[in-house]
Design a protein around this ligand. Sequence first.
Ligand code: CP
Length: 362
Amino acid sequence: MRHLIDPTDLTVKEIDEILALAEDIIAHRAKYSEALKGKKLATLFYEPSTRTRLSFTSAMLELGGQVIGFSDANSSSAFKGETVADTVRVIRCFADIIAMRHYKEGAPLVASQYAGIPVINAGDGSHAHPTQTLTDLLTIKREKGHFDNLTIGFCGDLKFGRTVHSLIKALSRYTGIKVILISPEELRLPDYMLHEMADNSNLEFREVRTMEEVMPELDVLYMTRVQKERFLDDEEFDRVKDSFVLDPEKLLTAKKDMIILHPLPRINEITRSVDNDPRAAYFRQVENGKFVRMALIYTLMKWADENKPFEHTPVFNEEYVMSDELRCPNHSCISTTEDVDHIFRKGSDGVCRCAYCEAKAK
Ligand code: CP
Protein backbone atom coordinates (compact mmCIF):
# COMPACT_ATOMS: atom_id res chain seq x y z
CA MET A 1 0.00 0.00 0.00
CA ARG A 2 1.42 3.37 -1.02
CA HIS A 3 1.09 6.40 1.29
CA LEU A 4 2.51 9.92 1.15
CA ILE A 5 4.14 10.65 4.49
CA ASP A 6 7.36 12.31 3.34
CA PRO A 7 8.11 13.90 -0.06
CA THR A 8 10.86 11.31 -0.62
CA ASP A 9 8.22 8.54 -0.54
CA LEU A 10 7.76 9.58 -4.18
CA THR A 11 10.52 9.21 -6.75
CA VAL A 12 11.37 12.23 -8.89
CA LYS A 13 9.69 10.42 -11.81
CA GLU A 14 6.53 9.85 -9.78
CA ILE A 15 6.48 13.50 -8.71
CA ASP A 16 6.88 14.57 -12.33
CA GLU A 17 3.97 12.30 -13.29
CA ILE A 18 1.73 13.72 -10.53
CA LEU A 19 2.57 17.28 -11.62
CA ALA A 20 1.87 16.38 -15.26
CA LEU A 21 -1.46 14.87 -14.22
CA ALA A 22 -2.31 18.04 -12.28
CA GLU A 23 -1.63 20.07 -15.43
CA ASP A 24 -3.86 17.73 -17.45
CA ILE A 25 -6.60 18.15 -14.84
CA ILE A 26 -6.26 21.95 -15.14
CA ALA A 27 -6.58 21.69 -18.93
CA HIS A 28 -9.40 19.09 -18.99
CA ARG A 29 -11.43 19.46 -15.79
CA ALA A 30 -14.56 17.71 -17.11
CA LYS A 31 -12.58 14.56 -17.97
CA TYR A 32 -11.96 13.88 -14.26
CA SER A 33 -15.34 14.91 -12.84
CA GLU A 34 -16.46 11.34 -12.13
CA ALA A 35 -13.02 9.73 -11.80
CA LEU A 36 -13.55 8.77 -8.13
CA LYS A 37 -17.32 8.39 -8.07
CA GLY A 38 -18.33 6.19 -5.13
CA LYS A 39 -15.02 6.73 -3.24
CA LYS A 40 -14.67 8.56 0.06
CA LEU A 41 -11.87 10.69 1.48
CA ALA A 42 -11.61 11.06 5.27
CA THR A 43 -10.02 14.34 6.36
CA LEU A 44 -8.75 13.84 9.92
CA PHE A 45 -7.53 17.24 11.06
CA TYR A 46 -6.25 17.40 14.64
CA GLU A 47 -4.83 20.87 14.05
CA PRO A 48 -6.33 24.02 12.41
CA SER A 49 -6.21 24.45 8.64
CA THR A 50 -7.90 26.51 5.96
CA ARG A 51 -6.11 25.73 2.69
CA THR A 52 -5.06 22.13 3.13
CA ARG A 53 -8.35 20.74 4.48
CA LEU A 54 -10.57 22.69 2.12
CA SER A 55 -8.40 22.02 -0.91
CA PHE A 56 -8.47 18.29 -0.12
CA THR A 57 -12.26 18.53 0.23
CA SER A 58 -12.65 20.49 -2.97
CA ALA A 59 -10.25 18.15 -4.79
CA MET A 60 -12.22 15.03 -3.83
CA LEU A 61 -15.56 16.64 -4.72
CA GLU A 62 -14.19 17.71 -8.12
CA LEU A 63 -13.16 14.09 -8.74
CA GLY A 64 -16.75 13.00 -8.12
CA GLY A 65 -15.99 11.50 -4.70
CA GLN A 66 -17.31 12.30 -1.23
CA VAL A 67 -15.68 13.56 1.94
CA ILE A 68 -16.15 12.74 5.63
CA GLY A 69 -14.02 13.73 8.60
CA PHE A 70 -13.39 16.19 11.41
CA SER A 71 -11.64 19.54 11.56
CA ASP A 72 -11.07 19.63 15.31
CA ALA A 73 -9.61 16.80 17.39
CA ASN A 74 -11.91 17.80 20.27
CA SER A 75 -14.97 16.86 18.25
CA SER A 76 -13.55 13.35 17.72
CA SER A 77 -12.88 10.53 20.19
CA ALA A 78 -9.26 11.68 20.36
CA PHE A 79 -10.71 13.99 23.04
CA LYS A 80 -11.51 10.84 25.07
CA GLY A 81 -8.01 9.48 24.54
CA GLU A 82 -8.38 7.27 21.45
CA THR A 83 -5.04 6.63 19.77
CA VAL A 84 -4.18 7.42 16.16
CA ALA A 85 -3.72 3.69 15.48
CA ASP A 86 -7.22 2.83 16.73
CA THR A 87 -8.80 5.85 15.04
CA VAL A 88 -7.57 4.88 11.57
CA ARG A 89 -8.56 1.23 12.07
CA VAL A 90 -12.08 2.62 12.56
CA ILE A 91 -11.90 5.10 9.69
CA ARG A 92 -10.94 2.38 7.19
CA CYS A 93 -14.47 0.96 7.68
CA PHE A 94 -15.92 4.26 6.41
CA ALA A 95 -13.48 5.66 3.82
CA ASP A 96 -11.10 4.69 0.99
CA ILE A 97 -8.29 7.18 1.65
CA ILE A 98 -7.19 9.42 4.56
CA ALA A 99 -5.67 12.89 4.70
CA MET A 100 -4.35 13.50 8.22
CA ARG A 101 -3.01 16.65 9.84
CA HIS A 102 -1.68 16.24 13.38
CA TYR A 103 0.18 18.40 15.89
CA LYS A 104 2.30 15.35 16.81
CA GLU A 105 5.23 14.67 14.50
CA GLY A 106 5.04 11.18 13.02
CA ALA A 107 1.29 10.71 13.60
CA PRO A 108 0.54 10.15 9.88
CA LEU A 109 3.37 7.58 9.75
CA VAL A 110 1.75 5.69 12.64
CA ALA A 111 -1.60 5.98 10.84
CA SER A 112 -0.10 4.48 7.68
CA GLN A 113 1.01 1.41 9.64
CA TYR A 114 -2.55 0.60 10.75
CA ALA A 115 -4.97 2.11 8.23
CA GLY A 116 -4.93 -0.48 5.44
CA ILE A 117 -5.94 2.35 3.08
CA PRO A 118 -3.69 5.10 1.66
CA VAL A 119 -2.71 7.79 4.16
CA ILE A 120 -1.61 11.28 3.13
CA ASN A 121 0.34 13.43 5.56
CA ALA A 122 -1.40 16.82 5.51
CA GLY A 123 1.19 18.30 7.91
CA ASP A 124 2.67 16.77 11.10
CA GLY A 125 3.89 19.24 13.72
CA SER A 126 7.05 21.03 12.61
CA HIS A 127 8.19 18.01 10.66
CA ALA A 128 6.81 17.63 7.12
CA HIS A 129 4.08 18.81 4.76
CA PRO A 130 4.50 16.85 1.52
CA THR A 131 1.29 17.99 -0.18
CA GLN A 132 2.36 21.62 0.30
CA THR A 133 5.59 20.54 -1.41
CA LEU A 134 3.65 19.20 -4.40
CA THR A 135 1.77 22.51 -4.43
CA ASP A 136 5.03 24.47 -4.35
CA LEU A 137 6.58 22.31 -7.07
CA LEU A 138 3.57 22.68 -9.35
CA THR A 139 3.69 26.45 -8.81
CA ILE A 140 7.43 26.63 -9.58
CA LYS A 141 6.89 24.47 -12.66
CA ARG A 142 4.02 26.62 -13.95
CA GLU A 143 5.74 29.92 -13.15
CA LYS A 144 9.38 29.12 -14.01
CA GLY A 145 9.02 26.13 -16.36
CA HIS A 146 11.70 23.98 -14.66
CA PHE A 147 13.38 23.08 -11.34
CA ASP A 148 17.01 22.62 -12.34
CA ASN A 149 19.55 25.41 -11.71
CA LEU A 150 17.25 27.58 -9.62
CA THR A 151 18.41 29.69 -6.67
CA ILE A 152 15.81 29.57 -3.93
CA GLY A 153 15.84 31.69 -0.78
CA PHE A 154 13.92 30.33 2.22
CA CYS A 155 13.18 33.16 4.61
CA GLY A 156 11.79 33.26 8.15
CA ASP A 157 11.03 30.38 10.48
CA LEU A 158 13.15 27.57 9.09
CA LYS A 159 13.19 25.73 12.41
CA PHE A 160 9.47 25.06 12.75
CA GLY A 161 8.48 25.57 9.10
CA ARG A 162 7.51 22.07 7.95
CA THR A 163 6.83 23.29 4.42
CA VAL A 164 10.47 24.42 4.16
CA HIS A 165 11.79 21.06 5.37
CA SER A 166 9.73 19.12 2.84
CA LEU A 167 10.40 21.41 -0.12
CA ILE A 168 14.18 21.39 0.47
CA LYS A 169 14.14 17.56 0.58
CA ALA A 170 12.22 17.43 -2.69
CA LEU A 171 14.35 20.04 -4.48
CA SER A 172 17.60 18.47 -3.36
CA ARG A 173 17.02 15.69 -5.91
CA TYR A 174 17.13 18.07 -8.89
CA THR A 175 20.40 19.33 -10.40
CA GLY A 176 22.08 22.67 -9.89
CA ILE A 177 19.79 23.81 -7.07
CA LYS A 178 21.19 26.56 -4.85
CA VAL A 179 19.45 27.06 -1.50
CA ILE A 180 19.94 30.21 0.58
CA LEU A 181 18.68 29.94 4.15
CA ILE A 182 17.63 33.34 5.54
CA SER A 183 16.75 33.24 9.23
CA PRO A 184 17.74 34.53 12.64
CA GLU A 185 20.05 32.23 14.63
CA GLU A 186 17.10 31.06 16.79
CA LEU A 187 15.11 29.89 13.76
CA ARG A 188 17.82 28.05 11.82
CA LEU A 189 16.96 24.86 9.95
CA PRO A 190 17.05 21.76 12.24
CA ASP A 191 20.38 19.93 12.50
CA TYR A 192 19.18 16.81 10.71
CA MET A 193 18.29 18.91 7.66
CA LEU A 194 21.63 20.74 7.67
CA HIS A 195 23.47 17.38 7.87
CA GLU A 196 21.45 15.95 4.99
CA MET A 197 22.14 19.04 2.88
CA ALA A 198 25.86 19.00 3.70
CA ASP A 199 25.98 15.34 2.60
CA ASN A 200 24.29 16.06 -0.71
CA SER A 201 26.85 16.97 -3.35
CA ASN A 202 23.98 17.87 -5.70
CA LEU A 203 22.98 20.80 -3.56
CA GLU A 204 24.75 24.05 -2.81
CA PHE A 205 23.57 25.97 0.25
CA ARG A 206 24.53 28.77 2.60
CA GLU A 207 23.03 30.59 5.57
CA VAL A 208 22.60 34.37 5.78
CA ARG A 209 20.88 36.74 8.20
CA THR A 210 19.25 39.30 5.88
CA MET A 211 17.19 38.99 2.72
CA GLU A 212 18.62 42.23 1.29
CA GLU A 213 22.11 40.73 0.85
CA VAL A 214 20.85 37.91 -1.40
CA MET A 215 17.76 39.38 -3.07
CA PRO A 216 19.42 40.01 -6.51
CA GLU A 217 20.47 36.32 -6.75
CA LEU A 218 17.08 34.72 -6.18
CA ASP A 219 14.82 33.02 -8.72
CA VAL A 220 12.34 32.06 -5.99
CA LEU A 221 11.82 33.74 -2.61
CA TYR A 222 9.96 31.41 -0.24
CA MET A 223 8.62 33.45 2.68
CA THR A 224 7.32 31.81 5.86
CA ARG A 225 5.38 32.80 8.96
CA VAL A 226 7.03 32.57 12.39
CA GLN A 227 5.05 29.66 13.86
CA LYS A 228 3.78 31.06 17.16
CA GLU A 229 1.98 27.81 18.05
CA ARG A 230 5.28 25.86 18.16
CA PHE A 231 7.08 28.13 20.68
CA LEU A 232 7.22 27.00 24.30
CA ASP A 233 8.25 30.48 25.44
CA ASP A 234 6.26 33.66 24.54
CA GLU A 235 9.29 35.91 25.11
CA GLU A 236 11.34 33.96 22.59
CA PHE A 237 8.52 34.29 20.04
CA ASP A 238 8.30 38.07 20.69
CA ARG A 239 12.05 38.39 20.06
CA VAL A 240 11.90 36.86 16.58
CA LYS A 241 8.35 37.44 15.38
CA ASP A 242 9.15 40.51 13.27
CA SER A 243 12.51 39.30 11.97
CA PHE A 244 11.62 39.63 8.27
CA VAL A 245 9.08 41.80 6.53
CA LEU A 246 9.01 41.79 2.72
CA ASP A 247 7.88 45.11 1.28
CA PRO A 248 8.11 46.77 -2.16
CA GLU A 249 11.34 48.56 -1.23
CA LYS A 250 13.15 45.28 -0.53
CA LEU A 251 11.98 43.98 -3.91
CA LEU A 252 13.71 46.82 -5.80
CA THR A 253 16.87 44.76 -6.26
CA ALA A 254 15.07 41.48 -7.06
CA LYS A 255 15.07 39.92 -10.52
CA LYS A 256 12.13 40.96 -12.69
CA ASP A 257 11.11 37.31 -13.07
CA MET A 258 11.70 36.21 -9.47
CA ILE A 259 8.60 34.64 -7.89
CA ILE A 260 7.48 35.07 -4.30
CA LEU A 261 5.96 31.99 -2.69
CA HIS A 262 4.42 31.58 0.76
CA PRO A 263 2.54 28.49 2.02
CA LEU A 264 0.21 30.87 3.88
CA PRO A 265 -1.34 31.89 6.22
CA ARG A 266 0.62 35.15 6.21
CA ILE A 267 0.71 37.39 9.27
CA ASN A 268 2.97 40.42 8.74
CA GLU A 269 5.95 38.96 6.88
CA ILE A 270 4.71 40.18 3.48
CA THR A 271 3.07 43.59 3.41
CA ARG A 272 -0.26 43.91 1.61
CA SER A 273 1.39 46.32 -0.84
CA VAL A 274 3.37 43.41 -2.32
CA ASP A 275 0.19 41.53 -3.32
CA ASN A 276 -0.27 43.40 -6.60
CA ASP A 277 3.31 42.80 -7.72
CA PRO A 278 3.14 40.25 -10.59
CA ARG A 279 5.94 38.33 -8.88
CA ALA A 280 3.68 37.60 -5.89
CA ALA A 281 2.60 34.03 -6.72
CA TYR A 282 1.22 32.99 -3.31
CA PHE A 283 -2.48 33.12 -4.20
CA ARG A 284 -1.85 31.31 -7.51
CA GLN A 285 0.03 28.77 -5.36
CA VAL A 286 -3.14 28.12 -3.32
CA GLU A 287 -5.15 27.26 -6.44
CA ASN A 288 -2.42 24.91 -7.65
CA GLY A 289 -2.81 23.11 -4.31
CA LYS A 290 -6.28 21.92 -5.20
CA PHE A 291 -5.24 20.57 -8.62
CA VAL A 292 -2.15 18.79 -7.34
CA ARG A 293 -4.18 17.20 -4.51
CA MET A 294 -6.67 15.98 -7.13
CA ALA A 295 -3.76 14.40 -8.99
CA LEU A 296 -2.36 12.88 -5.79
CA ILE A 297 -5.64 11.38 -4.55
CA TYR A 298 -6.34 9.98 -8.03
CA THR A 299 -2.83 8.47 -8.22
CA LEU A 300 -2.85 6.92 -4.73
CA MET A 301 -6.29 5.39 -5.33
CA LYS A 302 -5.06 3.95 -8.64
CA TRP A 303 -1.93 2.56 -6.96
CA ALA A 304 -4.07 1.05 -4.20
CA ASP A 305 -6.18 -0.74 -6.84
CA GLU A 306 -3.01 -1.99 -8.55
CA ASN A 307 -1.35 -2.86 -5.21
CA LYS A 308 1.68 -0.86 -6.42
CA PRO A 309 4.73 -1.25 -4.14
CA PHE A 310 7.21 1.47 -3.17
CA GLU A 311 9.88 2.08 -5.79
CA HIS A 312 11.95 4.26 -3.55
CA THR A 313 12.72 4.59 0.18
CA PRO A 314 10.39 2.03 1.73
CA VAL A 315 9.14 3.43 5.01
CA PHE A 316 10.81 0.71 7.07
CA ASN A 317 13.62 -0.95 5.12
CA GLU A 318 16.84 -2.51 6.44
CA GLU A 319 18.24 0.92 7.44
CA TYR A 320 15.71 1.03 10.28
CA VAL A 321 16.11 -0.59 13.69
CA MET A 322 13.57 -1.21 16.41
CA SER A 323 15.04 -0.55 19.84
CA ASP A 324 14.02 -0.83 23.47
CA GLU A 325 17.10 1.11 24.57
CA LEU A 326 16.94 4.16 22.32
CA ARG A 327 14.27 6.82 22.89
CA CYS A 328 13.16 9.90 20.98
CA PRO A 329 13.69 13.03 23.13
CA ASN A 330 11.30 15.21 21.08
CA HIS A 331 8.19 15.98 23.13
CA SER A 332 6.33 16.83 19.93
CA CYS A 333 6.88 13.32 18.57
CA ILE A 334 4.02 10.81 18.53
CA SER A 335 6.39 8.19 20.01
CA THR A 336 6.53 10.12 23.31
CA THR A 337 2.76 10.07 23.86
CA GLU A 338 1.37 6.97 22.15
CA ASP A 339 2.29 3.32 22.52
CA VAL A 340 4.21 2.80 19.27
CA ASP A 341 7.25 0.73 18.27
CA HIS A 342 10.42 2.77 18.89
CA ILE A 343 12.02 2.81 15.47
CA PHE A 344 15.23 4.59 14.42
CA ARG A 345 17.30 5.04 11.30
CA LYS A 346 21.10 5.32 11.29
CA GLY A 347 22.14 8.21 9.05
CA SER A 348 25.37 8.66 7.09
CA ASP A 349 26.63 10.83 10.00
CA GLY A 350 26.38 7.73 12.26
CA VAL A 351 23.56 9.29 14.26
CA CYS A 352 20.39 7.32 15.02
CA ARG A 353 17.32 9.39 14.33
CA CYS A 354 13.71 8.75 15.25
CA ALA A 355 11.76 7.31 12.29
CA TYR A 356 8.72 9.39 13.22
CA CYS A 357 10.23 12.88 13.59
CA GLU A 358 13.97 12.59 12.69
CA ALA A 359 15.14 13.88 16.11
CA LYS A 360 18.47 12.50 17.39
CA ALA A 361 17.84 9.40 19.54
CA LYS A 362 18.84 9.32 23.19
N1 CP B 1 -0.38 26.00 3.80
C1 CP B 1 -1.13 25.42 4.73
O1 CP B 1 -0.85 24.31 5.21
O2 CP B 1 -2.22 26.16 5.11
P1 CP B 1 -3.32 25.70 6.16
O3 CP B 1 -2.64 25.59 7.51
O4 CP B 1 -4.38 26.76 6.13
O5 CP B 1 -3.83 24.36 5.73
